[in-house]
Design a protein around this ligand. Structure first.
Ligand code: UDP
Ligand code: MG
Length: 319
């Protein structure tokens, strides 16, 4: 009798990808068929406004290995990956993009590593063809800052392309349910036997990137705050420097016994400078409070409106 094959769940986040989806399916399908594992293709429709959902519904009708989870609105790429992991039933789970920037050709290698007992496989970009110079520089800058500020060390160039074993996925399902989060960071820090695999990021096959520079900036700020308390301590350091400066000026004034010195401009500049520091510090505290507030409200990470081919009676529709 044939021993039961293991199951690989491939989670694909989809947001307005009607042009890329047919190409993705056409490319991935033969590779998945050739794997030594069985597979399921889990598409998470993150509130697309184009024909993506119609295409996926149709696909699910023709191919019962295709499963669709559709959100009630756009919740973001990370929420889509989390939902995919929640709904996946495989012995290994791979998260990838629908735009073929993450080559499905890497899947056999991933399965091999999962078979060897790897808990986490981080895919590391060696070249990013579509990202311009600015994106590459800002990405390197971001990792330099976060690694300097946080106790946790991050792999630079780690992508949203990763695989986890069932056991590691269980950790992500049960814990790490933060509202302001950095999934890539969690994946790198849950432990287990971890391996990195290199891949060459391809150009987007169709459509445009959904991440604007503004979104990326907000994402970076949130991530730094989620993984480091250091910005909160800046106030203490600024206070110590201000006290030392104050004492120095006081001692100098007492020793030289000069009368009230002239220097209106100096005073105004100093006051502006000090207030600027103060406001920035208040702003930083505000950002942390905003994060605390959103955790406290405990709103769902995603809301599922419909599913196809999912045997998910045990899965709540809201998470
Ligand atoms: N995506 C998503 N929700 C969003 C934005 C993007 O599910 O709000 C998906 C998108 O369809 C793609 C993946 O996340 O499959 C990565 O997005 P994109 O290619 O735009 O980002 P980039 O590769 O440029 O960083
Ligand atoms: Mg992309």
């Amino acid at each position: 009798m044939e021993t039961e094959k293991k199951l690989l769940s491939v989670v694909v986040s989809v947001y307005n990808e009607e042009e890329a989806l047919p190409l993705f399916y056409k490319t991935a399908k033969p590779i998945l068929e050739d794997l030594s594992w069985d597979y399921e293709l889990l598409f998470v429709n993150d509130g697309s406004m184009d024909g993506s959902l119609a295409f996926l519904r149709n696909l699910a009708k023709q191919d019962d290995r295709v499963k669709v989870i559709s959100f009630s609105r756009n919740f973001g790429h990370e929420a889509a990956m989390i939902a995919g992991i929640d709904y996946a039933s495989g012995d290994g789970i791979v998260c990838m993009d629908a735009d073929l920037q993450h080559p499905p050709e890497c899947l056999p290698g991933i399965v091999k590593r999962l078979e060897e007992g790897c808990g986490v496989i981080s895919m590391v970009r060696v070249k990013n063809k579509s990202a311009g110079l600015i994106k590459n520089i800002t990405s390197a800058g971001f990792y330099a800052v976060i690694n300097a500020l946080s106790d946790v060390k991050f792999e630079a160039n780690a992508s949203d392309f990763f695989a986890v074993s069932k056991q590691a996925a269980q950790v992500l399902k049960g814990s790490y349910r933060e509202k302001v989060r950095f999934l890539r960071g969690y994946v790198q820090n849950i432990g287990f036997k971890r391996e990195t695999m290199e891949y060459e990021a391809q150009e987007r096959v169709a459509g445009a990137s959904k991440y604007s520079i503004r979104k990326l900036f907000a994402f970076s700020v949130n991530t730094i705050m989620c993984f480091s308390n250091l910005p909160l301590k800046l106030g203490i350091y600024a206070g110590i420097v201000a006290v030392l400066l104050g004492v120095a000026v006081m001692v100098y004034t007492l020793l030289t016994r000069e009368g009230a010195p002239s220097g209106y401009a100096t005073i105004v500049i100093l006051i502006c400078f000090m207030f600027a520091i103060l406001f920035v510090l208040v702003g930083i505290i505000g950002e942390y409070i905003a994060i605390l507030f959103s955790e406290l409200k405990d709103r769902p990470i995603y809301v599922v409106e419909e599913t196809r081919n999912c045997n998910c009676s045990e899965q709540s529709k809201i998470s």
